[in-house]
Design a protein around this ligand. Sequence first.
Ligand SMILES: [Zn+2]
Length: 175
Amino acid sequence: MNDLSWLERKIDYSRRYSSTELMQLCHDISYDNVLNGGGPFGAIVTNGNGQIISVGVNRVIPNHDSTCHAEVMAIREAERKLQTHNLSAVSAILYTSCCPCYMCFGAVWWSGIKHICYDLTKQEAQKLGFQEGPTNSETWKLARQIKGIILEQIRCDIAISWRAFEKFKEIGLLY
Ligand SMILES: [Zn+2]
């Protein structure tokens, strides 16, 4: 259940992806992660050229670890691969299926990532029962002012965006 080789097989690290492709891929890995016992969230860190550095999926339940959100997993892996604790040097962009929660907001803050692209909103995740914490338009405004972090929404087709959530409703556990 905890083998993530299925995730690595979905990624081509040598090619450039468009931002739409990257967001669709976030949803695609979210869906497969639900099938593999995880939560319906996926994230990707790219460099400024649209090449993937790392991917992450939500493994809170299988790992018995509340910090295993997709964004945290992807950021940890990117820093490990590049042997740095600061991703600003590669102009890293974080793509994530859902707007980062309070914890992931903090992880981005300290990672050096300056650009986040997300699809689903905090309200949409909360509708399904997930707790997202006290981020709001003010905290994101501060992130922009103090750290230069840009938050951008990229909307996918609703059938793509909601596929992992729908599957999770069928078979998953809330936490
Ligand atoms: Zn999170």
